[in-house]
Design a protein around this ligand. Structure first.
Ligand code: ZN
Length: 206
């Protein structure tokens, strides 16, 4: 994904310290990312059902094995960071995803212009007013469509390094046709643990 944007305000993204009840949050159906087992368990990305649904609808995940040729798609992940000091685990909880609707996609790239980036920021601000909280940009997602596998290309790594370089900043790469999904973390694109909550029967808090 090529992005022409300003810095994503990582300075605002400090973690909130609190004991984190992971068991409560992780009840229900969960999809783990395909590179989950390779990842450091002291950093966890949790996507709540609304955010998962927004991403899956946008990339047409449920349409699955359709053979049409698709362009790259992408967007940003909005949520909060928590640090459970007792257990030494860093959590990022994503409550919303915002798709880059006006981006120029092709089979091998996605260019998010300044205008498109501005629209995503406006949507983030609207969302914060709606929930009366201060959720922040905690990462991004994009697709590798058609026969492409999921990995961080050199351009993706450049984007991550430049705009999403925080220690607890994530990138998700999705192939919606082959149902592949991988998650990466930090400047150097480490394998990451991601929990995608497909439902949340207990109505748990953030
Ligand atoms: Zn890519």
């Amino acid at each position: 994904m090529y992005i022409i944007i300003h810095k994503t305000n990582n300075g605002l993204n400090e973690e909130q310290k609190r004991v984190f009840d992971e068991k409560l949050l992780l009840k229900g159906d969960i999809r783990l990312n395909d590179n989950f087992a390779l990842a450091d368990p002291s950093h966890k990305l949790i996507l709540r059902p609304d955010a998962v649904r927004e991403i899956f609808d946008f990339v047409e995940w449920d349409v699955g094995q359709r053979l049409d040729v698709r362009d790259e798609q992408g967007g940003i992940l909005i949520g909060k960071r928590f640090l459970d000091e007792g257990r030494g685990i860093h959590y990022v909880v994503v409550t919303k995803s915002i798709s880059a609707d006006g981006a120029h996609g092709s089979m091998g790239s996605l260019e998010i212009t300044n205008q498109c980036w501005g629209l995503m920021h406006d949507k983030k601000d609207d969302y914060n007013r709606e929930i009366d909280q201060k959720a922040i940009i905690v990462g991004w997602f994009h697709t590798h469509p058609n026969q492409l596998g999921c990995f961080m290309s050199s351009v993706d790594r450049y984007t991550q390094d430049l705009f999403f370089d925080g220690d607890n900043t994530y990138s998700i790469v999705i192939n919606p046709q082959r149902h592949l999904l991988k998650a990466y973390r930090a400047k150097t694109c480490l394998d990451a643990q991601a929990f995608l909550l497909l439902d949340c029967p207990h109505g748990t808090e953030n």
